[in-house]
Ligand binder design. Structure first.
Ligand SMILES: [Zn+2]
Length: 429
């Protein structure tokens, strides 16, 4: 079957048919698919050859995986006989030459833009790619008019995934973040997208150019991807682009995990993944996901490094897929300070961000914990007043949570297109 037809078929399925309004129906659908996936991996993956696959509950007997396990066992794990080192070579070469068309035995290869150390490798077949593209379109084409859209995608690497979407009915253009931003902005202004997809760090540059009157683009929909979207940036984008909702796609190497619906709430894509929750406090949890659509590279009980914040309120959009309040950041980036009794005090990224936001007047910032006694705050504004206010906020937080007040050093903020933007980062391991 032609790839474009597959995309359309999956688009129609995901948009109009597999929409779950009842939790019970969704759970039955998940059970059926988990079982089918277990049977599939048992038959096709050497790593999973000896597992039990008689009921969906057998999933619970499997150990967790993460990026490390995936990379260590890559050759035995994948179901299409791809060699890790060969795949890595192609993916790295693609990133160097900015030409992402090379495939390995008909399978596309990509690297996750890792924020810390180890990079993840992902492989996807043309079939999976068509499914993925159909699913993404189903989620993100605005209600009513689905044709005639011009989509602008800003990404660090193309992975030749997205071009699947390009057609007469829906135009698509890929913008390489690592190319000159001035050139990109100029091209974007000429292109005039109706849908703009970009990481927050790039949206900030576009919004700032809008504010200065250098460009004028009026997308009807913005989808924030690849980085954590903070409430502060979200508000700024709404104002600059005159939109009520900034959409988000929670998309990573491991799959398409979540999206913001028409009501502006964040849903987990439980029609493609099964999510187990490892709670780290009353509302925050680390997701462990099982994707029941991935056939070349099984994602089974994969523990992500993200902190999600649960939301108990149902969404008025009617979808039975669970809602979360937000993605708060990476688990690795929880700050750890010394408490009075020698115990660790852990501080979530959100609390750190608030110290900056409450001080007001800062647009771009980054807070890095260098070690237990030192943090560096990078700011796009200077002056003693703002620095004193931020220091005061940290002092209040340290008093409230009972940790030893660290030394704070201030530096100028610089934008690095080659790196994923993180507002809060812990260096010390
Ligand atoms: Zn909703």
């Amino acid at each position: 079957m032609n790839e474009k037809i597959k995309v359309v078929k999956n688009f129609i399925m995901r948009r109009y048919f597999s929409v779950f309004r009842s939790r019970e129906k969704l759970e039955r659908f998940q059970e059926k698919n988990i079982l089918a996936q277990l049977k599939y991996i048992k038959a096709h993956s050497e790593y999973f050859r000896d597992i039990k696959a008689d009921s969906a509950d057998d999933l619970k007997a499997l150990p967790y995986m993460d990026k490390h396990v995936m990379m260590e066992n890559f050759n035995r794990l994948n179901c299409v006989g791809i060699d890790r080192d060969k795949a890595l070579e192609i993916a790295i070469n693609g990133e160097k030459t900015r030409d992402f068309d090379e495939k390995l035995d008909g399978i596309s290869v990509g690297l996750s833009s890792g924020t810390s150390g180890a990079r993840g490798l992902f492989i996807i077949s043309d079939d999976e790619r068509a499914m993925w593209a159909g699913g993404v379109l189903a989620r993100f084409l605005p209600k009513g008019n689905i044709f005639g859209h011009k989509i602008a995608f800003f990404l660090r690497a193309d992975n030749n995934l997205y071009e699947t979407i390009d057609s007469k009915a829906i135009q698509f253009r890929y913008f390489d973040i690592l190319k000159s931003m001035d050139g990109n902005l100029k091209e974007l202004n000429e292109y005039q997208p109706s849908i703009l997809v970009a990481p927050p760090s790039v949206l900030l540059l576009i919004a700032s150019a809008m504010e200065k009157g250098e460009i004028n683009v009026r997308p009807v929909k913005i989808v924030s991807v690849a980085e954590v979207l903070t409430e502060n940036d979200e508000k700024y984008f709404k104002r600059i682009f005159g939109l009520d909702i900034i959409h988000q796609a929670y998309q990573c190497t491991e799959g398409f995990l979540g999206y913001v619906c028409e009501c502006g709430r964040f849903h987990l894509s439980e029609d493609v993944i099964y999510v187990e929750r490892e709670y780290i406090d009353d509302e925050r949890f680390v997701p462990i996901i099982t994707d029941f659509t991935r056939k070349s590279q099984p994602i089974i009980r994969y523990r992500l490094n993200d902190i999600l914040v649960a939301d108990k309120e149902k969404c008025p959009c009617g979808s039975a897929c669970a809602v979360i309040k937000k993605i708060e950041g990476r688990e690795d980036d929880i700050f750890i300070f010394d408490g009075p009794d020698g115990k660790d005090v852990t501080v979530f990224p959100d609390f750190i961000s608030r110290c900056i936001i409450y001080a007001e007047g800062v647009r771009n910032y980054k807070v890095v914990q260098e070690d237990r006694k030192n943090i560096t705050v990078y700011l796009d504004v200077t002056g003693d007043e703002i620095r004193n206010r931020i220091t005061e906020e940290f002092r209040t937080l340290s008093g409230r949570m009972g940790f030893e007040m660290p030394e704070i050093r201030f530096e100028d903020y610089t934008y690095d297109p080659a790196r994923k933007m993180k507002r809060v980062e812990r260096k010390v391991r």
